[in-house]
Ligand binder design. Sequence first.
Ligand SMILES: Nc1nc2c(ncn2[C@@H]2O[C@H](COP(=O)(O)OP(=O)(O)OP(=O)(O)O)[C@@H](O)[C@H]2O)c(=O)[nH]1
Ligand SMILES: [Mg+2]
Length: 152
Amino acid sequence: MASNRNRVALIGRIGCGKTTLVQCLTHSEIHYAKTQMVTYTDNFIDTPGEFIEMPVFCRQAINVSCDAGLIVMLNSSIDTQNSASPNFVHTFNIPAIGVITKIDSPKANTKRSRNFLNYAGISKNKIFEVSALTGEGIPELVTAIHHYVDLK
Ligand SMILES: Nc1nc2c(ncn2[C@@H]2O[C@H](COP(=O)(O)OP(=O)(O)OP(=O)(O)O)[C@@H](O)[C@H]2O)c(=O)[nH]1
Ligand SMILES: [Mg+2]
């Protein structure tokens, strides 16, 4: 069976920026593409936001991520709502980091995002603030990911 040990699983609400972050990290063209199904690439498992937003799909988020090398839980800094249950990331016996997206937005509220990510079980020192559009915070995130997964 193929191993996902060298893949990063991305989990977060619809539109939080998972696919855009993968495009940024893989130096691909940034364009909007709604994730319709779990999408595997060399180093990433991109999940649809419905997996965390709709309880009926939540087990799927766990199933497809449970043998990844790293869980990245994303939260958009402009999203006022949370969908992750308390300590959600501790469902997995694998490392997890948090990523706050869209920090370029004038409406960004990173404090709120930090609270949501803490609530999901991510330690305060494992949260990274990024903008996939401006590139801010991306080098620090890449360094952090390299601690767990060898990105191609
Ligand atoms: N301003 C800004 N917009 C962003 C950023 N990242 C993503 N977006 C925008 O947010 C929208 C949704 O981004 P996606 O990457 O498709 O979100 P997703 O989490 O993959 O969403 P689903 O596939 O529906 O689960 C797009 O219009 C992106 O351009 C960012 O860093 N800054
Ligand atoms: Mg997507």
